[in-house]
Design a protein around this ligand. Sequence first.
Ligand SMILES: [Zn+2]
Length: 158
Amino acid sequence: MTTEGHICFAISNIILIKKTKLIYFITSGDWWHVILGSLATCLLPDIDHPKSFIGKRFKWLSIPIYKLFGHRSLTHSLLLIIIMMIYISISKINVPIDVIYAMVIGYISHIIADMLTPAGIPLFWPYSKKFSIPIIKKSNIRLERLISIIIIIYAMQY
Ligand SMILES: [Zn+2]
C-alpha cells in the first residue's frame, strides 16, 4: 500500500470507530486528537524499511531494524502491538487518553491495510506465516482511496 493509502485508511478507520462508538475513548475524544493521533502512527510500522516514507527520515533506526528483522516482520506483528500497549499501560505518559488510543488505532490500521495486499503480514511473528486478504493486488492509489471513501460513507450513516 502507498503512503497516501495508509494515511487515507487511518483517517477513515478512526472516523469509523468514532462514529460507530466502537471504542469509548475514541468516541468521547476530541476530533483533532483522534485524527492527529492516528496520523502520528499510521506510517510507523514501515520504520522497518529504509526506503519507506518514515524509514528515509529515520535511517539511523530503520537500517538496523531492517538488517535485524527485515521488512514486514516485528513491526507488522501483534507482538509489537501488545508490547506497546503494556508499555503504555505501565508508564506514566503525559498524553491525553484519546490521543493514545488513536495512536494505537493508527498503528493497527497500517497493519490491516498491509494485510489487504497479496504480500500479507506475519501477524503472529516470529511465526513466519503471512496473513493476507488480497483485495489490493498492487499499489493502486485509486482503489486505496475508494476503500477509504467507502469506509467514511459507511461511518457517516451512524
Ligand atoms: Zn507496512
